[in-house]
Design a protein around this ligand. Sequence first.
Ligand code: GLN
Length: 487
Amino acid sequence: MTDSLFQLTIEQAQARLSRKEISAVELTESVLNRILAVDNQVKAFLSLQPEAALEAARRADDRRAAGDTAPLLGIPLAIKDSIITKGVPTTCGSKILENFVPPYNATVIKKLGRAGAIVLGKTNTDEFTMGSSTEHSAFFTTSNPWNLNCVPGGSSGGSAAAIAAHEALGALGTDTGGSIRQPAAFCGVVGLKPTYGRVSRYGLIAHGSSLDQCGPLAKSVADAALLLQTIAGHDPRDSTTLDRPVPAYFDDLKRSHGFKGLKIGIPREYFIEGLAPPVEKAMRAAIALAESHGAAPVEISLPHTQYGIPVYYLIATAEASSNLSRYDGVRYGLRAPGDDMWQTYFETRAAGFGPEVKRRIMLGAYALSAGYYDAYYLKAQKVRTLIRRDFEAAFRQVDVIFAPTTPDVAFAKGANLDDPLKMYLSDVFTVMANLAGIPGITVPAGFSAGLPIGLQILGPALGESAILQAAHAFEQAADRHPPIPPI
Ligand code: GLN
């Protein structure tokens, strides 16, 4: 039975590969066939590398035959197009990088390669990862596999949809304000944003440098643990990475005590007006389930929650306006020639950037401008410190925090497109973790009208083990949803 291998989790595939019941080539062929069958509807991938993937699969089989037991040997993965891949087009969803083929690999890609993983292709993203729906991709919108008329979330919507539709066994995404967790929740998969500095940003296309982290999207918590374990760690090429040992996240799941004795913070400010009733109901059910398995829920307060969205959109746009100044048509990417240097800059940036990116460059440049720096940017940084302190105080009381990942389930395509503020509000529960630098995971927690709901579990800085173990305990206790969406 090689025709349904694409349905396997990484953990299951790895077991069968190591028993030599299946080969990496068979597994990769099955996933590539699945992509051929469904990606014309889902549109998760911006580009595919089928020959290179099969070649890598053959190499993986040879390595295994020679006794290699690397943890991801022969596992086909999807990579968000905001991550630099050597010799493989990397557009970040933008016309300005449409023909860009990088000459080097991001550190996370190098690490995946060493672990034996196979890159299938690059997944769709909102342009420069600015968005919550993939509708800001300069190329096309990805569809939610659970309902093709709905968005998959964003900006890692391509990676999330690819996992939900079983077009890859696992994926990488990047998260500046929720871009891993929000689409993972919308598509009913697991997504984890690590602690700031846990994973190297070398080779991630920068959005907000003090917020960006790369992390896994996966079919199960165990798979997310395995992927995180592979990509985490200190990198001399990223001075913000933490020089701390990487725990055996995957093996630690087996040693975990589950919910027994776990103190779970329930932040009052996250159960507010605007939270869709089915999402609130699913959250209450998740808390009750954890309690029935031995957890102790504790009501907590994160008093500066209401400032999350304004603070995030000041800091993220300020950093983005600076980061995006490098796209000037001189060194790489699109060049729209003008009569002189200035005109070349103007023409290139006018033609290469889409409307959301332009909006954010203007917002960010404004917040950083001489007359407004103190009133906006500096103020936002101060409130960011207060938000971080809210979490530090909370984690003196509790081990992890339970919260909704999103205020509602996936929305219809087009529903928020002409209202940027409404689009920004879909990040209301995810931006806090980026502002505070703490890790967060989303795990499927039910359905509403056929669309998935995500439970978000937040932990203290470097508390990835704690949130993985809580998410794993939840996954074990909850009924698993049907694994194949109706496409
Ligand atoms: N949706 C948020 C934004 O548009 C977060 C994006 C992200 O995490 N990359 O900025």
